[in-house]
Design a protein around this ligand. Structure first.
Ligand SMILES: Cc1cc2nc3c(=O)[nH]c(=O)nc-3n(C[C@H](O)[C@H](O)[C@H](O)COP(=O)(O)O)c2cc1C
Length: 304
């Protein structure tokens, strides 16, 4: 049995060079899905649970480098050397990046080099996902005109939302929606739609903030939304490290999700759902100081 993926339906396939294997067992110990064992003096893949997910951990930890895993979009060619310790970000530099990052909504008229966006995507693709391989896709929209064109379609989508949820109609739906959902629509989505539309009519794009580039992260029916959210978060931090300002945009995906024709034009496979967008460009607002933020609840207690 294999964990289903929109493109890959097989389990990973282990291959061990028995001549070089010392039976140290590191691969067996580290296997997160417990499908390896030492039997008959050999490391073997057992047919258990949902099978090998091709995370590649066994070939990454093998001291002899004598394991390869293939399948599920993985092969030995995907191995890469580890950066030396001194080249890795330490807590200080990472914390400095986090504190200095801000959501950017004012962009210069400088376009973004396509190579820079490729670098952002390559860095984001190192993020963890629920079950490998990635079943998340990313659409790049690069160019002020292209981004504005997409923003216009999102604004039109919000005009449709307002028609559907006219004040009287929304009140009538209230018993079927539940209080929280009703309040989400009446107090957030409807005012947000008005804000987008009014700004657009004044010539301002408050969907993508006039950014020169947008990345849209979408996920298949076999993946989980957090996969795409984590990928987008990594992209945001990668952009910051590359000197690009960015802002996560949650306001556009709900409209994109409803517009199948637009998703098709964007190259999003049918069945995949846009989760988040990320606008990118050069910031024109120099922040002078950072801010301390806290989670709403931080407990260190155990169960009561
Ligand atoms: C899931 C998510 C969705 C967001 N959606 C939007 C959005 O649609 N439009 C926008 O201008 N900002 C959006 N933001 C940015 C937040 O408003 C921003 O993070 C917040 O104002 C705090 O600012 P900071 O990122 O500079 O700390 C979003 C952020 C997240 C994490």
């Amino acid at each position: 049995m294999a964990v289903k993926h929109s493109l890959y339906h097989e389990t990973g396939k282990l291959s061990v060079d028995r001549e070089r294997c010392t039976l140290c067992g590191v691969c067996v110990k580290n296997c997160g899905v417990e499908v390896l064992q030492i039997k008959d003096k050999a490391v073997q893949q057992v047919d258990a649970g949902f099978g090998c997910i091709a995370c590649g951990h066994c070939m990454m930890v093998c001291p002899e480098g004598c394991i390869t895993v293939s399948g599920r979009n993985l092969s030995a060619a995907d191995l890469q050397p580890l950066p030396p310790q001194e080249a890795r970000a330490d807590a200080e530099s990472l914390k400095a990046l986090f504190i200095a990052r801000r959501s950017v909504r004012r962009f210069s008229d400088q376009p973004v080099e396509p190579e820079l966006l490729e670098q952002v995507i390559a860095m984001a693709s190192t993020a963890p996902m629920g079950i490998p391989p990635w079943d998340v896709g990313v659409v790049t929209i690069n160019g002020f005109e292209e981004v504005r064109g997409l923003a216009e379609e999102v604004v039109e989508g919000y005009q449709g939302v307002l028609k559907l949820f006219r004040p009287g109609a929304l009140k009538m739906m209230r018993p079927f929606m539940g209080q929280a959902r009703y309040e989400q629509f009446s107090d957030f989505i409807v005012p947000l739609a008005h804000k987008y539309i009014d700004a657009w009519e004044e010539g301002r794009d408050t969907v993508f903030w006039g950014a020169p580039a947008v990345l849209i992260f979408h996920y298949s029916a076999y993946a989980e939304e957090p996969d795409a959210v984590i990928a987008c978060t990594y992209a945001m931090l990668a952009a910051e490290s590359l000197g690009l300002g960015s802002c996560v945009i949650g306001g556009a995906p709900p409209i994109l999700q409803r517009n199948k024709a637009l998703c098709a034009r964007l190259g999003i496979p049918p069945g995949n759902k846009p989760a988040l967008a990320l606008v990118l460009g050069s910031s024109t607002v120099p922040f002078k100081r950072g801010i301390v933020r806290r989670f709403s609840h931080e407990q260190s207690a155990g169960l009561q």
